[in-house]
Design a protein around this ligand. Sequence first.
Ligand SMILES: Cc1ncc(COP(=O)(O)O)c(C=O)c1O
Length: 401
Amino acid sequence: MEGAPAYVRAIAPYRAGKPIEEVAREYGLNADRIIKLASNENPLGMPASARAAIQGALQDLGRYPDSNGFDLKAAIASRYEVPVDWITLCNGSNDGLELAARAFCGAGESIVYSQYAFIVYALSTQAIGARAIEVPALAYGHDLEAMSAAIAEDTRVVFVANPNNPTGTFVDARRLEAFLSRVPARVAVVLDEAYTEYLEPEARYDSMGWVRSYPNLIVSRTLSKAYGLAGLRVGFMVAQAPLTDLINRVRQPFNVNSLAQAAAVAALADDAFLARSYELNRNGVAQLEQGFEQLGLEFVPSSGNFVLVRVGRADLINERLLQAGIIVRPVGNYNLPQWLRVTVGLPDENGAFLAALAEALAVAGGSGSTAGAGAAGGTSGTADAAGDGRASGAEGAAAGG
Ligand SMILES: Cc1ncc(COP(=O)(O)O)c(C=O)c1O
């Protein structure tokens, strides 16, 4: 379609992580036995409290949802001690990231984000015809000094993911606040905290408190990860009222459906589920990282619910894992063609994955695997076995989870 803007035609087609049913069909496997560690979902599934709330909300789906999300905003306001008019409800936090780009940045103006940062920042930038300023990563994470230095006259938005997906890297509170104090007030900072509930207690910080001090700060949260509601699509953003007002002008009035609103209210109150999710994840990250150490694989220490691991021929290894009924996420679309991102599963799922990975590496040995290269957690100079990063084309713009 020639009339479509060139910047839209330039967007790589979206390809989500492979659904279980698709892998079952393609590989002739029993769907019940497939292990999906590909989309940073909660291995506990959804909380029973949310399921019950949905049953109640099923009565009245003939009506539109509450456009203002009265109950859900009240729950968020009380949990995070923020005014109701500082809250924007989103169709998953992905929606909020796009809304922020649209509300604050025009075509031809610029948006700053880090190399290896969550791919939706790039997609949101492209979709509105804005100019991307991608700042080289520091040890796979955000280089906040370089990012503030990269802000141009026409920069309208800076995206920061903390922790980041797909690298799992984390910037501590001191560096983050120093960064906020350097960013000019005319630039909106979107602090994407999709994985914040997985942080260890000593790493946590009060970003909601920062919203009071920084009128250009937008904190983004999701119910898709630790709260276990990925399929319902619900997240929210917190920013001072003037920014929130602008974001809401580009928001679809009914972007969060009734079932999602009811489930989110219940999930936010379910401290026991959150605590179980946290605990399971801490142990799972340790299990995966120890497994990678034993296999001599480099990985990036993770603050999220996934680990990025360097396997060499990620395309080959991924194929073998799929044959074994295990779905993980190749990250060629992030220009990391030697790496796989693995979501923390239940303990036996993590174990099955590590066993299948060991087998896949043994079979692939000699064809470019970095097994035995060691150097866990650091960078390494291992040659790019996939050559030129062409794996990125094959993966498209896979963004989800
Ligand atoms: C860093 C980050 N932000 C936001 C999202 C969007 O998640 P959702 O739209 O399900 O809230 C994800 C999903 O993987 C993510 O990794």
